[in-house]
Design a protein around this ligand. Structure first.
Ligand SMILES: C[S@@+](CC[C@H](N)C(=O)[O-])C[C@H]1O[C@@H](n2cnc3c(N)ncnc32)[C@H](O)[C@@H]1O
Length: 386
């Protein structure tokens, strides 16, 4: 069982997860019989099936804020671009089509996404190099390819999950499609890595509530954690819709769809619970922090970084990184998200490493949101490496 080392080592999460850390420690000691996903049974995700389901006419992922991303990356003929989140390849394909002789290094932690990148590499001989791994592994992957730090012209990081992951019930990300409660972006790459079902069936109530508060900003975290603990005594929670029902069952029926998303459409009351579990299972905030540092190391002076985020935890981290680049006091920041930053900015408004191209965050046009509702909460930040 892979243990979240980063919970101990990263100040961003250390304090937030004290309760979680204790629970993981006791969990680690009591393992071996109880995990749901860390099994040696058949692969719950048949990748060939997944690939054929995404290779039809419908693109597997509609790239978010594509016009803006192409504009701000400002890629020139013959440059080298790093797409840190290949996903369904929407942004990469647009980059290849927009600029001649560009080479794209395509990273993703999801083996299914990387299979797509390999297909694309065959179609664009010599222009796409796929890299299977996490942001935290990127520096080593680039070094293995003899790509020197400070040699990349532009980097794109489109955070979170792809539509391809959300749409496949077997991946367990979706609240609306029943599937095993999995949520691991890495698929079966790390068979010992805990999945969402392991988390909800094993952690104690306090740890579950901490996760829902920290990563879902869920006001009713304690009530939901208590409902989960009661429900799992009767039956382990192993399916996405089972979890959605358990969460819904802790609220009066009238409020199950009372929350609204940014398009003012009804959102299920378990949405934040799902977000929190996904972030926790995939260690997403630590990974994002690693990704930003890796991008900083990879870019050449004058190189451009575009980052798309989809919720406030991600955007706050990115904003802070681009302002100051020093996240050593982020645990404090993370615990009091609305607290004003105490960071002193340089007179030109930038950091030692970055010049921000737009001071204000860039959001999607109304038409784009109507066409691609998944991009409704997108925020784009752009910076140039000093
Ligand atoms: C929003 S999707 C990217 C979609 C892509 N831009 C497109 O147009 O198709 C995000 C992708 O990033 C990958 N990802 C998320 N966190 C990652 C990490 N820490 N390391 C590597 N890949 C990651 C996910 O597996 C997912 O495929």
């Amino acid at each position: 069982m892979i243990f979240h080392m980063s919970l101990r080592s990263n100040p961003l999460l250390r304090k937030t997860n004290l309760a979680v850390w204790r629970a993981w420690r006791s969990w680690k000691l009591s393992l071996h019989s109880s995990t749901v996903c860390a099994s040696s049974g058949p692969d719950p995700l048949d990748r060939s099936e997944a690939l054929s389901s995404v290779s039809s006419e419908k693109p597997p992922h509609t790239p978010v804020m594509l016009k803006e991303v192409l504009h701000y990356l400002d890629i020139q003929v013959g440059q080298v671009v790093l797409d840190m989140t290949f996903g369904g390849g929407g942004h990469t394909k647009a980059i290849l089509n927009a600029v001649p002789e560009v080479t794209v290094l395509a990273l993703d932690r999801d083996p299914t996404a990387i299979s797509l990148a390999e297909q694309l590499a065959k179609e664009h001989s010599g222009r796409v190099n796929s890299l299977l791994g996490r942001f935290s592994e990127l520096e080593a992957l680039l070094s293995n390819m003899n790509i020197k730090p400070g040699s990349i012209d532009a980097v794109l990081l489109d955070a979170g999950c792809s539509s391809m992951q959300m749409d496949q019930a077997e991946r367990g990300f979706s609240l609306s499609k029943d599937g095993p409660l999995d949520m691991r972006m890495d698929g079966e790459r790390y068979p010992d890595m805990p999945c969402a079902a392991d988390v909800v069936n094993t952690l104690d109530q306090q740890a579950l509530a901490s996760i829902l508060t920290a990563y879902g900003e869920e006001r009713h975290a304690r009530k939901i954690a208590s409902a989960i603990v009661v429900a799992r005594r009767i039956n382990p929670i192993t399916r996405t819709q089972q979890l959605a029902s358990v969460v819904a069952g802790s609220f009066p029926p009238a409020v199950i769809y009372a929350r609204k998303d940014r398009l003012h459409r009804p959102a299920h009351v378990a949405t934040k619970t799902f977000q929190a579990l996904r972030i926790f299972v995939n260690d997403e905030l630590n990974e994002l922090h690693s990704g930003l540092r890796a991008a900083r190391a990879a870019l050449k002076p004058g190189g451009r970084l575009c980052i798309l985020t989809f919720h406030s935890l991600e955007d706050r981290l990115v904003k802070r990184f681009l302002q100051d680049d020093n996240l050593s006091n982020l645990d404090q920041y993370h615990f009091s998200p609305r607290k004003q930053s105490t960071v002193k900015e340089k007179k030109d408004g930038g950091s030692v490493y970055w010049v921000q191209v737009q001071r204000k965050v860039i959001t999607p046009q109304r038409d784009d949101v109507t066409e691609n509702p998944r991009g409704r909460s997108a925020k784009l930040r752009v910076a140039v490496r000093r």
